[in-house]
Write a protein that binds this ligand. Structure first.
Ligand code: HEM
Length: 254
């Protein structure tokens, strides 16, 4: 592909990073949409069967989401240069001065190209990863308390089954099969987990919107074809990036 002389193209995002990104985006979108309906099930007059169906679909997508997130966490230890923790999280030597420089350049209307995430982007990625992990962990707990699904479902069913009831026969909303006291205790323990899951949803919604706005604004100001780079893996940069590596073996001819 031809690029103007003052531009350079470089492979930045490896295949696993790109696959994670788009699968994660699709799962988060679907989980938010279904979660919103579950959240408003009362107002929408959804039946118990409807709620179980929505939660079951939400949990199956949630498993894909959690597995994808786990693979990304592993990839941050073993993956390519720009996929690693040092490049995606805030912190490390010189981070604060790089963030100050980046924000000063941004405020002055100057562009400061970065190959990987810029320092402000790393801050956002850190917050996003914490929120995604919180949703995965709380969601996996709720899958057990609400549907008796793995990883905790069998253990929860065992702890709330009424005397003489086979725990493996428990189904959601069949309170006659539950030991009333044990069920009430489980619901009490579950409450802070639901609250975290719902707060995580609102915060993730806000952060996802901020992330999309920041990508569009940065692409307009600094170039770097950020959106298509997450598809092709290649960024086109105007000027020398702050985080350029010494070797440029995969640089394409200008
Ligand atoms: C981006 C990730 C996620 C988002 C934004 C999200 C969002 C939501 C929302 C808004 C609700 C409704 C809460 C309520 O009505 O109390 C909900 C419920 C639920 N979520 Fe998620 N969720 C996510 C991931 C997961 C995962 C990974 C799982 C499990 C594998 C999961 C399992 C559940 C379950 C079982 C419920 C029903 C809880 C209830 O009845 O209140 N979620 N989710």
């Amino acid at each position: 592909m031809n690029t103007p002389d003052h531009c350079q193209q470089k492979l930045v995002w490896d295949v696993p990073t790109r696959l994670f990104h788009w699968l994660n985006a699709a799962c988060v979108l679907a989980l938010m949409a279904i979660g919103l309906v579950i959240l408003n099930a009362g107002a929408l007059d959804v039946s118990n069967d409807g709620k179980v169906a929505l939660k079951t679909l939400h949990v199956w997508i949630g498993y894909v989401f959690a597995l994808n997130l786990m693979m990304r966490i592993v990839w941050a230890f073993v993956g390519g240069h720009y996929a690693r923790w040092r490049q995606i999280l805030p912190g490390g030597a010189g981070y604060l001065s790089a963030l100050r420089d980046y924000l000063a350049a941004f405020a002055a209307g100057r562009s400061e190209p970065w190959l990987g995430h810029n320092p402000a982007g790393r801050l956002a990625i850190g917050v996003l990863l914490i929120l995604l992990t919180m949703q995965a962990v709380t969601g996996l707990v709720l899958a057990g308390t609400d549907l008796f699904y793995p990883p905790l479902g069998a253990w929860i069913a065992q702890s709330i089954a009424a005397p003489g009831v086979d725990p493996s026969t428990l189904v959601p909303y069949a309170t006659a099969l539950y030991d009333a006291e044990a069920y009430a205790r489980m619901r009490e323990l579950r409450e802070p987990v639901v609250n975290l899951h719902v707060w995580g949803f609102y915060l993730l919604l806000a952060m996802s919107l901020l992330h999309m706005i920041a990508v569009v604004v940065t692409e307009i100001r600094e170039g770097g074809n950020l959106v298509s780079a997450m598809i092709t893996g290649r960024k086109t940069l105007r000027g020398q990036p702050r985080d350029a590596e010494s070797d440029a073996t995969d640089r394409e001819p200008g």
